[in-house]
Design a protein around this ligand. Sequence first.
Ligand SMILES: CC(C)(COP(=O)(O)OP(=O)(O)OC[C@H]1O[C@@H](n2cnc3c(N)ncnc32)[C@H](O)[C@@H]1OP(=O)(O)O)[C@@H](O)C(=O)NCCC(=O)NCCS
Length: 173
Amino acid sequence: MKLKLILPNKKYLKSWQNYLRDFIMRGNPEDRTSYEKHLASTQKPKYFTWLAWDRTGKNLEKGMVQQTNYWAIVNDQVVGKTSFRHKLNKSLRSQGGNIGYHIRPSKQGKGYATEMLKQLLPKVRKLGYKKVLITCDENNFGSRKVAENNNGRLEKIALDNQSRSTCYYWIEL
Ligand SMILES: CC(C)(COP(=O)(O)OP(=O)(O)OC[C@H]1O[C@@H](n2cnc3c(N)ncnc32)[C@H](O)[C@@H]1OP(=O)(O)O)[C@@H](O)C(=O)NCCC(=O)NCCS
């Protein structure tokens, strides 16, 4: 597969904004406002500085942890995003875990999320991590399959801190 993970890069800003617009128009309506806010933030001059701060853990807002975001590029377009959260705090242990992944709605169902996670795991291992946590809604069968395709071991299905039935997968690196 031709998918490549890159750190956010100005060259792909327009494509990244189209990715966000795709989620605004075709994603889960509950997430719409947060995607609209994110799209607005991409227009600020400091956008890439903020992403670099997240990556290095500088100036983190309360409750946030160091996080490295990667964009997935296929045919010179951003098709997905995956994030590695370097620490698990109480909130992330309950919901979010170490790794998140999203594929833009018009590009789902092509194996891209499975491939993104496959390419992310060796990067995390190189940082010295031995295992990572992935959480997802019990009914998010796409997300569950992505974790399972990458040797995710289902530890438990339990209620998260917002009483949602959640799967907790661990991947040994
Ligand atoms: C979940 C998500 C990342 C999957 O991305 P994707 O690129 O479509 O996933 P893949 O193409 O790699 O599919 C992986 C597997 O899941 C299956 N799958 C995908 N969507 C599915 C669905 N809605 N129901 C059942 N199975 C599904 C695929 O058939 C595939 O199975 P296979 O490996 O046996 O062929 C994507 O749907 C998404 O971004 N959703 C919104 C954000 C989200 O839920 N992120 C996860 C938060 S924990």
